[in-house]
Design a protein around this ligand. Structure first.
Ligand code: ADE
Length: 235
C-alpha cells in the first residue's frame, strides 16, 4: 500500500482528479491511499492568510514558511517521522520527472507532495523538509497541483494490484525504452484503410516480430534520443 499525502491550497482539485477511473478503483481496493492536506488549515494568521510579500521586493507573493511547516508536521504526527521522510516539492527548477523516477518512488510506503502557488515558497521551509525537487517539464504552470497529480498517476499505476489484467504496465511506452507499436481494433476496413495483414494471420511469433519492428521504427523516427539510448544498452 502506497500512501500519497498532498500538501496543497486546493485540496478539492487534487481529490477530484485522483479519485477517478483506475486510481479511484485502486483507492477503493486498498492498493493506494490518497489524502490532500489543506495548508490553509494550519496558518496561525487569524484571517487565514498563507502568503506575504517577498523581502527585497519584486513581483507577486510568497507562501510563508509557518503554515507549510505545520501542515507537514501534522502528517509527521500521524504517520511518524520515518514514514514521512520523502517530501517532493513540485517546481520547474527540479529534476525532470521520468519513468525511472516513477519506478523508484513506487517502492516507497509514503510520498508527500508539496504544491506551491504564487511566486513560490519561503526558502527556509524548503531547506528543512524537502528531499526531492521535481519538475514535470520545461514549462511553467500556475501551481504544483497538476504536476503532483501527474506524478501520482504515473507512480500509482506501478504499484502491484493497481492495474488489472489487460492494463499491463509492462508493454507501455518507455518500459523497455521504446515507444509503443500501432494498434488496431474492429472493423478490418475503416475509411478504406486496412488493418495490417499480419495482425489477422494468427501467427503469434510473426505478430510479435512485426510489433517489435514497428516499435523500433517509431522510436527512431519520433524520438531519436530514446532510440540512441536503447541501441547503446543493446551492446
Ligand atoms: N510548478 C509550476 N510549473 C511546474 C512544472 N513544470 N513542474 C513542476 N512544478 C511546477
Amino acid at each position: 500500500m502506497l500512501h500519497f499525502h498532498i500538501l496543497t491550497l486546493f485540496p478539492e482539485m487534487v481529490m477530484q482528479g485522483l479519485n477517478t477511473s483506475i486510481l479511484g478503483r485502486a483507492v477503493k481496493n486498498g492498493h493506494i491511499f490518497i489524502e490532500a492536506v489543506n495548508i490553509r488549515d494550519y496558518t496561525l494568521d487569524k484571517h487565514g492568510k498563507v502568503d506575504d510579500y517577498p523581502y527585497g521586493g519584486g513581483a507577486g507573493m510568497l507562501m510563508q514558511a509557518q503554515p507549510v511547516f505545520d501542515a507537514y508536521q501534522s502528517i509527521v504526527d500521524r504517520v511518524g517521522r520515518e514514514r514521512a521522510s520523502r517530501v517532493i516539492y513540485l517546481t520547474p527548477q527540479g529534476k525532470t520527472f521520468c519513468q525511472e523516477m516513477a519506478q523508484e518512488m513506487a517502492g516507497e510506503s509514503d510520498l508527500i507532495f508539496l504544491c506551491g502557488h504564487y511566486e513560490g515558497i519561503d526558502e527556509r521551509v524548503l531547506e528543512e523538509i524537502v528531499t526531492d525537487e521535481v519538475s514535470i517539464g520545461d514549462y511553467v504552470l500556475t501551481g504544483g497541483e497538476l504536476p503532483a497529480m501527474v506524478m501520482a498517476d504515473a507512480i500509482a499505476r506501478l504499484v502491484p494490484g493497481v492495474l488489472h489484467n489487460g492494463e499491463s504496465s509492462q508493454t507501455e511506452s518507455f518500459e523497455d525504452g521504446l515507444l509503443e507499436y500501432p494498434q488496431y481494433s474492429r472493423p478490418e476496413i475503416w475509411h478504406e484503410k486496412r488493418v495490417p495483414e499480419i495482425l489477422l494471420s494468427g501467427d503469434h511469433a510473426k505478430v510479435d516480430a512485426w510489433r517489435r519492428e514497428q516499435a523500433l521504427l517509431r522510436t527512431k523516427e519520433r524520438r531519436p534520443d530514446l532510440y540512441e539510448k536503447y541501441r547503446e544498452r543493446q551492446f
